[in-house]
Design a protein. Structure first.
Length: 159
């Protein structure tokens, strides 16, 4: 269920872990941040990525496993970017969320017709609208699974 999210997170982790992020902070702040857990989530993310890529579970990444994992990660990043663009388009009043009236205009909801789930089903934080991560749940639940990086075909005979 959470595949897209999980893989997106992994991919983002990889991107963030790239050496580009070697920025120096001005040391003007005397107080150390109290609740900054040092790098623990990153390690966890790396471990998760590794396990996901290590298909045969032998604790090593073969070149093939690496290439496949990397390609998949790229596809997922692409898909996530597409979804973000889509989300921005759907958010017609630009408040960063899908409001109820925007929700009823979603193609996926229109197509579902009477069987369309209520917005509240995806509104995890209960604020009456769907933020991007909640929108992803909706897409996961209602959209046909994209295969091989192809966006779901929604436009058959569009008018
Ligand atoms: Ca909106
Ligand atoms: Ca919400």
């Amino acid at each position: 269920m959470n595949r897209i999210l999980a893989i997106t997170a992994i991919a983002a982790g990889i991107w963030l872990a790239s050496p580009v992020s070697a920025q120096t902070r001005p040391a003007a702040q005397p107080q150390a941040r109290p609740a900054a857990a040092p790098a623990q989530p990153q390690v966890d993310e790396a471990t998760r990525t590794f396990r996901a890529w290590d298909k045969n579970g032998d604790g090593q990444l073969s070149l093939q496993e690496f290439q496949e994992g990397f390609r998949r990660a790229q596809e997922v990043v692409q898909t996530a970017a597409n979804l973000r663009r889509q989300f921005a388009t759907l958010d017609t009043n630009h408040n960063g969320a899908i409001d109820p009236n925007e929700y009823t205009n979603l193609v996926l909801i229109k197509e579902a017709g009477r069987n369309a789930p209520p917005l509240s089903r995806f509104d995890a934080n209960g604020n009456g609208k769907l933020e991007f991560n909640e929108y992803l749940k909706l897409v996961e639940a209602l959209a046909p699974k994209p295969q091989q990086g192809q966006p779901p075909a929604t436009g058959q005979g569009r008018r």
